[in-house]
Ligand binder design. Structure first.
Ligand SMILES: [Zn+2]
Length: 442
């Protein structure tokens, strides 16, 4: 994610689980992470009443020894069933996990490990109860709806609209979405596989390697945008580029396509092949807020390059938890935004700096990831040389594309590839924010 208001360069398959957090006691309940297998949801937007009815089925199993499942949904739920049995909504309430994580739902039922459960939810889809969320755009015969994810606040991914999990979990998501009460033509733009099943009625299928922050979806009246497309050649393979430009964004489809093609070529040459399964999906809008998704972006023109690069780092090789969210912003600023500091200026020791917190339930990327994070990569470049660093980041992407990966694995990778043990000290001081010498505490 990027806000243009912040100067970019101030100094210059089967559903799978990565490492889930440990169970945690909250309000006298033991919250146990779950492994979501699939989410299947349906929404009907009614433009006569300006109400949206939603239903969602979440199929999951417990991790570890089982216990009370914890997950999130930032909507006011009307009814819940567990395997068809009615559950009192009050027994699936939000509980506060602290400043960095916000609230999550704990279902007050002891569930067994190794069994598959289905939770069913009915609710009216409204503006999510998440910090700095956007309302649904109800207009006269028109609908504007954007998933509008963000890394910078907790509770701002899929859980805003549908039941979802923390980043360690990959799961399949199928969405059926329809608009009633209007004849106005609307477009649905998404990085899922989209089928128009009727007038103003779509089915969108998101792949099972997606995590809570992967899904891009925008519904917009067709006459408010210009659309276009092109192709991009990658190792003899042709990839489709699809562009949707809002009329008020002040850019032409041709300008956008030209920039996408040139950036794609540069990033593919330096970082490795684009790995995403679908077309490259770009939505351009005005304003200061831009966001990356897997193989896609909703972005201001000025942040297009930055967001596109995130399809390699951030939504290509993906952070395994929010404690790993710093490196994708840091490396994106360093590489795509030119946020590099000369080696001569990276030698002063400076203060320790924490970019990766020790809170396993953290759901916020620190805003210091951009500046202090890119400065960290400048320190690495100053230690092993920039060419080496770029080469090792490319092999890191290659190894982890479409998978999640932790800060510890990045550290191990850079040390092993460069053979330079001094990098441990840089992580120790400028990523984990610790005083003293690396290894001294052991
Ligand atoms: Zn970003």
């Amino acid at each position: 994610m990027i806000f243009l208001a912040i100067p970019l360069f101030v100094a210059f398959l089967a559903p799978s689980l990565a490492q889930e957090p440990s169970p945690r006691e909250i309000d006298g309940l033991t919250a146990v992470p779950i492994n979501i297998h699939s989410v299947n949801a349906k929404v009907v937007f009614d433009l006569d009443t300006n109400k949206a009815k939603a239903t969602a089925d979440m199929v999951f199993e417990m991790t570890g020894d089982g216990g009370m499942p914890v997950f999130d949904l930032r909507q006011k739920i009307d009814t819940i069933t567990l395997d068809g049995e009615s559950i009192a909504v009050e027994t699936c309430a939000p509980h506060d996990f602290g400043r960095l994580s916000g609230t999550m739902l704990i279902l007050e039922r002891e569930l067994e490990p190794g069994k598959i459960y289905t939770l069913h939810f009915d609710y009216q889809l409204r503006q999510p109860v998440s910090p700095q969320s956007n309302p649904i755009g109800w207009g006269d015969g028109k609908l504007n709806w954007d998933f509008f994810f963000s890394d910078l606040n907790q509770g701002r991914y899929m859980e805003m609209w549908f039941p979802s999990n923390l980043l360690y979990d990959m799961f399949k998501f199928d969405l059926d979405v329809a608009i009633k009460g209007t004849e106005v033509k609307h477009l649905l733009v998404s990085n899922g596989v989209t089928t128009e099943v009727g007038p103003l009625h779509w089915k969108v299928s998101f792949p099972d390697h997606f995590t809570a922050f992967s899904h891009m979806l925008v519904i917009i009246p067709a006459k408010d945008v210009k659309i276009g497309g092109g192709t991009f050649k990658l190792n003899g393979e042709t990839k489709e580029i699809r562009v949707t430009v809002r009329n008020d964004a002040g850019a032409s489809v041709e300008t956008v396509l030209k920039q996408v093609e040139s950036d794609m070529e540069e990033f593919s040459k330096t970082m490795g092949a684009w790995q995403h399964t679908g077309p490259i999906e770009i939505v351009i809008w005005p304003g200061s807020r831009s966001m990356e998704y897997d193989g896609a972006t909703t972005t201001a023109m000025g942040a297009l390059r930055h967001e596109l690069f995130h399809s390699w780092f951030g939504r290509g090789a993906k952070p395994q938890s929010q404690n790993d969210g710093w490196w994708d912003e840091a490396w994106t600023v360093y590489f795509s935004d030119g946020g590099r500091t000369p080696a001569s200026r990276t030698k002063t020791e400076g203060k320790p700096f924490e970019l990766s917190s020790g809170d396993e339930w953290n759901r916020t990327t620190p805003s210091t990831s951009y500046r202090a994070g890119s400065f960290f990569f400048s320190r690495v470049a100053g230690t092993i040389g920039e060419e080496e660093l770029i080469k090792h980041m490319a092999s890191f992407y290659e190894k982890h594309a479409l998978k999640t990966v932790s800060t510890a694995e990045l550290e191990r990778h850079l040390v092993e590839e460069s053979g330079n043990e001094d990098l441990h000290q840089l992580f120790h001081r400028y990523v984990y924010g610790k005083e003293g010498k690396y290894g001294a505490e052991k």
